[in-house]
Design a protein around this ligand. Structure first.
Ligand code: SAH
Ligand code: SF4
Ligand code: F3S
Length: 485
């Protein structure tokens, strides 16, 4: 028997003349059906199908949210397209750093021009930026052409909000401060047929002093293990071979469940799913990474030997002010432990340069960790002041002219090591998940190694979604050229 939800059957069973159901997800099925009717009418008047597009900024969480939006849009009857030439454009925004935020305003101007040419066009904004009251005020005042604004907590209500917009003509704004609700079983349209993100938790309780995420994503909430496992089983039945378990701090998964469960236990449950070949996860907070997890990873046949372990700073003094709750020494010990248990593990990280009060000595400590750990790759960020976070109010903000040279020095070091680390598998034959036809040379396909690096080799579209053995002939800096065996 199929595990998939028969949405058509669910929608058929609902009577639009009756009051909308109170319970979820039935209520949203009702509004999906209603939107479908309204959109079909518009499409008939125009004599063509209506198109929609989601444009995603920010992290994997947002990417997954956009897939949920796309799932609902498809059920409503929109044809999904890429880019901004569509009858309905949704910006799923990020506000983790100032520049992510500014980019959205810039592109809104472009959308406005498009809307002038296409009076049927709808524009929606959602995601983390919308959880900031100042942003919504600004939009209300100066961006009246936006049709629909909602936040991170009520994305599941998308169909209900869209139906309100289609029936009124007013700008619809619905932002919740927080929620403890998790609505399951809504349609999702995946970007890739063979791999998928799976949310295991929402929100964050860590309040690192520079970070806005806990304010815009709310308190930490874990999904029930049975819901997560069922979702993965459905995905596997639908052709998925690799999942990425998503959370801001996956290592604290399950602590607040009625029947607590550790992340390592959840991984063991996922491991049992037949047909699932690879398991990844993001992000691990060093303070909560357990020995149990390391042990489970070391034994596992499916969990990829890759750990993204954000460092942020190598200075114990700065880490304390960042409220990261580990020291330089503890972090180094942890990475040594990981390498002892899983010798071929690939370690990647996030680093912030120029946190308030960072001295040359502090920065040298960061460089020291980078040299000792030898990351496969690292995302490096210039500290960005986020209003409302404790760090934004700190007095000793570091001037840009001091940060920039440090950032450049760090980047150089990171890249040098990363190049050396990347090539360490040359000559080996390894399993690779084939993801796509190569952008530049259509006789090649691109596959992903367990450690997240890419390899290009001769092949065709029939290989996409398959795991095949590839000999790594040559490392070209950050990727390989290979031959299928
Ligand atoms: N939950 C993850 C990170 C989510 S945000 C974790 O704890 O590791 C992704 C990355 O953005 C962070 O790791 C951090 O390096 C960076 N970041 C967050 N806030 C920032 C800020 N105010 N300025 C610069 N970088 C920031
Ligand atoms: Fe932000 Fe820290 Fe939470 Fe990560 S753990 S999302 S850096 S507050
Ligand atoms: Fe950005 Fe929100 Fe993710 S602020 S990094 S999209 S959680």
């Amino acid at each position: 028997m199929s595990l998939q939800i028969d949405y058509e059957k669910e929608l058929d069973a609902l009577d639009l003349a009756a009051q909308p159901p109170q319970e979820e997800p039935k209520r949203q099925y009702y509004y999906l059906k209603k939107c479908r009717m309204l959109v079909a009418k518009m499409s008939e008047e125009l004599g063509r199908p209506l198109t929609a597009s989601t444009v995603t900024f920010g992290c994997q969480m947002n990417a997954r949210d956009s897939e949920k939006l796309a799932g609902m849009l498809e059920k409503i009857g929109y044809q999904m397209v890429e880019g901004e030439e569509a009858d309905f454009v949704i910006y799923n925004t990020c506000t983790v750093r100032e520049n992510a935020n500014l980019r959205v305003y810039g592109r809104l101007g472009v959308l406005h021009n498009q809307k002038k040419k296409n009076p049927h066009m709808l524009i929606a904004l959602c995601g983390c930026m919308m959880q900031e009251p100042d942003v919504v005020e600004k939009l209300k005042k100066s961006y009246r052409f936006v049709d629909l604004i909602f936040g991170t907590h009520n994305i599941y209500k998308f169909a209900e909000l869209l139906s309100a917009r289609l029936e009124s003509n007013d700008m619809i704004i619905d932002i919740w401060k927080d929620t403890d609700q998790i609505v399951e079983d809504l349609p999702v349209e995946r970007k890739y047929s063979f791999k998928s993100g799976v949310n295991i938790m929402f929100g964050c309780n860590n309040f690192c002093s520079y970070c806005i995420v806990p304010y815009v994503r709310g308190r930490e909430r874990s999904r029930e293990p049975k819901d997560i496992i069922r979702e993965i089983e459905r995905l596997v039945e639908d052709g998925v071979v690799e999942v990425m378990l998503l959370g801001q701090n996956v290592n604290s998964y399950g602590k607040n469940l009625e029947q607590p469960m550790t992340f390592a236990q959840l991984l063991q449950e996922a491991e049992k799913i037949e047909g699932l070949k690879r398991i990844r996860f993001m992000t691990s907070h060093p303070k909560d990474l357990s020995d149990e997890l390391i042990e489970v990873m070391a034994k596992s046949e499916k969990i990829c030997h890759h750990m993204h372990l954000p460092l942020q700073s190598g200075s114990s003094r700065i880490l304390k002010i960042m409220n990261r709750r580990y020291t330089k020494e503890q972090y180094l010990e942890l990475t040594e432990k990981l390498r002892r248990a899983i010798p071929d593990i690939s370690l990647t990280t996030d680093i912030i340069v120029g946190f308030p009060g960072e001295t040359e000595e502090d920065f040298e400590e960061t460089l020291d960790v980078v040299r000792k750990v030898r990351y496969d790759s690292a995302f490096t960020f210039i500290y960005s002041k986020r209003t409302g976070t404790p760090a934004a109010a700190m007095e000793d903000q570091v001037p840009e002219e001091v940060i920039k040279p440090r950032f450049d020095r760090l980047l150089k070091e990171v890249q040098k090591i990363s190049k050396e680390m990347s090539s360490r598998m040359t000559g080996q034959t390894v399993p690779v998940l084939v993801e796509e036809i190569n952008d530049h040379d259509s006789s090649l396909v691109t596959g992903r190694l367990d450690n997240n690096l890419l390899v290009h080799f001769k092949g065709d579209a029939s290989l996409i979604g398959k795991i095949v053995d590839v000999h790594l002939d040559e490392c070209k800096g950050f990727y390989y050229m290979g031959t299928m065996r």
